[in-house]
Write a protein that binds this ligand. Sequence first.
Ligand code: ATP
Ligand code: MG
Length: 253
Amino acid sequence: MIEVEALAVRYGAAEVFQDVSLRVDDGRIVALLGNNGAGKTTLLRALSGILGGQGGRVVAGTAHGEGLDLTRSRADRIVRAGIVQVPEGRRVFGQLSVEDNLAAGALSVRSRPQARRTKAWVHELFPILADRAQQPAALLSGGEQQMLAIGRALMSSPRVLLMDEPSLGIAPLVARQIMETVREVNHAGTSVLLVEQNTKLALSVAHHAYLMHGGAIVAEGPADELATSDLLLEVSLGKHTASAVPTGGNPHG
Ligand SMILES: Nc1ncnc2c1ncn2[C@@H]1O[C@H](COP(=O)(O)OP(=O)(O)OP(=O)(O)O)[C@@H](O)[C@H]1O
Ligand SMILES: [Mg+2]
């Protein structure tokens, strides 16, 4: 599970957000929605220990997950604890074969039989990755590269997947297939923090959702309730200014 409390992050002097609280309970798919520049990727960086490398830092608040203080843990330690990010823009190793990309995801797995079993499962989820095993990843289509990026993350048998806009730049049909796979992965026991600008798609698979705007979480609730919220519509249409947003209570408190 992941638990974020009143987190504030800056790049240099520039504040990205000042008050973000959210939680991802075991077994859940939680969507994090928000417009361009809202700070979604930045939050995922803070959770996976790669914020410092990007010139960012946590200036207030806490983030815990799988028994670790995530704001004070190294990226490799966080991956070994089971929190694994599928980065925005896919970022597969283009020169390496599909097979070797998957193998790279299993570097932290000590048990060979377990790695073999996981690979068989990944091939079942995405048969194209078996068909193209020997090809350089760069030759895959955008949607197939997204599948590879997810497959690579799954190779380390994560307990929590942090997914950054898996539908970005991908044909709607393929994006829906990927969401179905997210649901399957979740059924198999992995919880998911799903960052998306495609709110409809994300809310179709998520249990719970948060909306980030103007440096804070401005709405949250069960996915089906948030789907019909006026605030979500106004924010996505750019009609809302942060100061006009009611803060609301914390249903977990
Ligand atoms: N490494 C960085 N250094 C300085 N500023 C950054 C850095 N990365 C992001 N920012 C800024 O921080 C803010 C939040 O960016 P972030 O990438 O987290 O937004 P996002 O919600 O993921 O947006 P998108 O939906 O476009 O991916 C933006 O104003 C962005 O310009
Ligand atoms: Mg982003």
